[in-house]
Design a protein around this ligand. Sequence first.
Ligand SMILES: *Cc1c(COP(=O)(O)O)cnc(C)c1O
Length: 380
Amino acid sequence: MQFRDLNAQYSALKGDIDTAISEVLEAENFISGRQVVELEQRLAEFVGVKHCITCGNGTDALTLALMAWEIGEGDAVFVPDFTFFASGEVVAFEGAIPIFVDVESDTYNISPEKLEEAILRVKKDGKLVPRVIIAVDLFGQPADYFKIREIAYKYNLLILEDGAQGFGGRIGMQRACSFGDISTTSFFPAKPLGCYGDGGAVFTDNDEWAGLIRSLCIHGKGDNKYDNVRLGMNSRLDTLQAAVLLAKFPKFKSFELDSVNQVAEKYKELLRNNVVTPEVKDGFYSSWAQYTIQLKDEKQRDDLQMYLKEHGIPSMIYYPKAMHKQQAFSKIESDDKDFPNTLKLCKTVLSLPMHPYMKRKTIEEIANAVWASTGNRVMN
Ligand SMILES: *Cc1c(COP(=O)(O)O)cnc(C)c1O
């Protein structure tokens, strides 16, 4: 059994993907080919924003947004304490200070109440200027942008939506990657929409920022690549990856998003009486980058992971360490008592296999193993 079975997806789409790849090889348009332009148009249309700019990966996408906003020394950027390292890394890399914020224990996303407290604390302290909120759509569910937008408005902050795991999700009819002033995603192979290598994209309705980011991702280009008006980086999505994404995209929209939601429903039905299953807010729709349950305590979690492993079922701990506990951030002052939910989650979460090509039988096998290990009824 695989945690995320990319081979099952390839088998289902082999004809289209192979053709798409050969077309690039034959045209030899490896960088900035027509497929890149077409993909950007399709993604912008799907998300419902004016501009999509593809780039090298999801981390660069976040960095490009911060660069466009000139975030740096003396700035405070608010980041959830429970997320992948990159969400906070990019802030410190630009010379700004990431201020970590506890999450909601049921949705795993940044807590709007804790966010407002953190903003007030930074303002009162007076050493840093609050500039940006990085809201992460963790495990596929959009963060609570109703409340976050209100807070951003009240304190005059920009929202950067880290939609690396959230592409395909929505709130009502509004798609993920349209909630930030700038939003980003990643096409890392295991993400909801993944390519066959690294890839990422930036989304925004703002013409000026879009223009800046187009320049920043190609060496700060002016009129052309050899006219350089600012310092930038070399971060592009290559044509092969764009072609793979174009080949995958129709099925992502027509089948995969529905399918992962059905898998999540089935998991919930089988597991809800035994472990804490993930909560999706009313009117929110997840793209289920991960299906993450919570156990009673660390021992039950570790025992379960071992039991699953012995029975050939892969599982992952996303995430074992709070951001404020990472050694890379040890210079930033923080206090464990501000992060009760994150600290508990790091000890109790476990992510189970999740992908659109999972068979009902496999879900049942996993659920039975969870029941068996956690000491409850075994179903047949
Ligand atoms: C994967 C991920 C990133 C980084 O994406 P890469 O393409 O791997 O650089 C950033 N933020 C979150 C929340 C992620 O899950």
